[in-house]
Ligand binder design. Structure first.
Ligand SMILES: C[S@@+](CC[C@H](N)C(=O)[O-])C[C@H]1O[C@@H](n2cnc3c(N)ncnc32)[C@H](O)[C@@H]1O
Length: 223
């Protein structure tokens, strides 16, 4: 099956539906005849309506950003789906899962199909890979010694690394990181959830390095 139609819940159908194509069918090869015939109910931006999955991924690949995201997964962290969805929205190069290979895809809203996801068994293996790619490893956690994310000049080529609920970044990851950054908080909770922290950190990179106009042109007003 090359569309997500069968898996879309009814409310998502109402929210994301595009009807069967009316009129002469477009001939460009990126269009998917099944979607043109049945309609496209996937969670994709309007510019990708009726496109084949591989054509969408190829187009994203042609303009991905230079930041990566990574999350430690020693206890099947439930935030990973949300991290993947946000990584897709902000066009991260890749998402890295460190530890357990299995993760809960629910929060990803099938965005994982459009995202390159790489698994690393160990922190050491991950760090070796990142160094080989010339990426700065930036831990994101509010630990003693962390410096404020808000005023930090994020490297353009970087991997932003998040920890798990309750335990946070592992000691091995803290050692591997070139810097560890905290998001300032003002209330009583010790921390925010990793999915929210990931969204803030990715958007910080976007504010420093991405083409802001392009982000709004690609998704004008809610598309
Ligand atoms: C729920 S936190 C757990 C650890 C946290 N250090 C604590 O003391 O509770 C899970 C992950 O979310 C991210 N996170 C949560 N709040 C953060 C903050 N204020 N600054 C940076 N990262 C944060 C980090 O990646 C962290 O590893």
């Amino acid at each position: 099956m090359n569309s997500e139609n069968a898996k879309s819940p009814p409310d998502a159908v109402a929210e994301f539906g595009a009807p069967p194509w009316v009129g002469p069918w477009p001939t460009e090869s990126h269009f998917d005849p099944e979607l043109l015939e049945a309609g496209d109910r996937r969670n994709v931006a309007d510019r990708y309506r009726y496109w084949r999955l591989d054509a969408i991924v190829a187009d994203l690949d042609s303009r991905r950003h230079t930041f990566h995201v990574a999350i430690e997964n020693w206890q099947h962290d439930f935030n990973i789906g949300s991290v993947v969805r946000t990584a897709n929205a902000f066009l991260a190069k890749e998402v890295h899962i460190i530890g357990n290979r299995r993760w809960n895809r629910r929060g990803a809203m099938v965005t994982d199909r459009y995202q390159h996801i790489r698994h690393h068994e160990t922190v050491e293996g991950f760090a070796e890979w990142a160094r080989g790619e010339g990426l700065a490893i930036i831990g994101i956690d509010n630990l003693p010694g962390s410096v404020p994310l808000e005023t930090y000049a994020l490297p353009k080529a970087t991997v932003l690394v998040f920890g798990q609920e309750s335990v946070g970044l592992s000691d091995a990851m803290r050692d591997a990181a070139d810097a560890t950054l905290a998001i300032g908080q003002y209330g009583s909770t010790r921390s925010i959830n990793a999915g929210a922290a990931a969204a803030i950190a990715m958007h910080s990179w976007v504010r420093q390095h991405a083409d802001v106009d392009a982000g709004h042109e690609a998704h004008p007003q809610g598309t």
